[in-house]
Ligand binder design. Structure first.
Ligand SMILES: [Zn+2]
Length: 279
């Protein structure tokens, strides 16, 4: 461990479906340092923090923070980033980079940039940090605090797949999280679910997005099963709906696009994905 950096006063244990940004925000609160001081203690270079809403911590950071960084890197990659959600739809070279990331190798700046682009979020249009009021309530009962979940931040997810209530926008945008660590517990006050009917189609997208977050790592998509016998109109519908949430150049590589194609066939994405035998 590099001793030129101060030890972190307390590194919190991550909660289920919590992004790395949220984990870091909770650490910052416990550290009693100012955000800017905490940030400079944690990272060698000035780093945009909003990437951590979807990206895992990097190996070079983890190895400064922990003696057992090698063991932790996989957990943050698979459980606290959108790598699993995106995995089967990434370019081949980025799949290899992600495997290297998992193995604890250091990537070059160019490789990080390419991965970040392909992981998706730079093409995602939603700009607010979102939350499920019921999840917030449950988190507070279970853990004594709430946190930023990853699934509500995914494109096309408008309802909570667990509580089946509409998601809400917080007052914070992704831009607010670029340089500042803003814990959900401080920013989500009076939360109440809307008494509003949700659409079955929206629930299917939310449930499939959750499934991809939990099962997508190392999986392969059966593209012929997924696209076989779909009409041109169904492809166009999926493309149009995806374009509401993602910029046009990335639409046909988005996980959402493939979820919508599966749903158009009356299937779930799980029916079109093969997982490795050891899963
Ligand atoms: Zn919920």
């Amino acid at each position: 461990m590099n001793t030129s950096f101060l030890p972190i006063p307390e590194f919190v244990e991550p909660y289920p479906d919590e992004n790395c940004y949220s984990i870091l925000s909770r650490c910052a609160v416990r550290s009693a340092l100012s955000t800017s001081r905490f940030r400079s203690e944690m990272f060698r270079n000035k780093r945009d923090l909003h990437c951590l809403l979807w990206q895992p911590f990097r190996m070079e950071d983890l190895s400064r923070w922990f003696d057992d960084a090698g063991k932790r890197v996989q957990d943050y990659l698979k459980k606290h980033s959108c790598a699993s959600y995106r995995y089967p739809f990434l370019e081949q070279r980025n799949k290899i980079h992600l495997q290297e990331w998992q193995d604890g190798e250091l990537l070059t700046k160019g490789q990080y940039v390419s991965l970040a682009r392909d992981l998706g979020y730079r093409g995602w249009k939603e700009k607010y940090l979102r939350y499920c009021p019921e999840c917030v309530k449950e988190d507070r009962e279970t853990y004594g605090e709430t946190y930023w979940h990853m699934i509500p931040q995914l494109p096309g997810v408008t309802v909570c797949p667990v509580h089946m209530v509409p998601l809400e926008n917080s007052v914070l945008t992704w831009n607010n999280t670029k340089y500042d660590l803003l814990p959900a517990e401080y920013w989500l006050k009076d939360v109440r679910p809307r008494k509003e009917k949700i659409l079955y189609d929206d629930l299917c997208v939310a449930a499939d997005s959750k499934w991809m977050m939990e099962n997508g790592w190392n999986s392969k998509v059966n593209f012929s099963l997924l696209t076989d016998s779909l009409s041109v109109w169904q492809f166009e519908q999926a493309e149009a709906k995806t374009s509401l949430y993602a910029v046009i150049r990335s639409v046909k590589a988005e996980t959402l696009y493939f979820i919508l194609l599966a749903n158009a066939k009356g299937m779930s994405i799980a029916d079109c994905v093969t997982q490795p035998e050891n899963c």
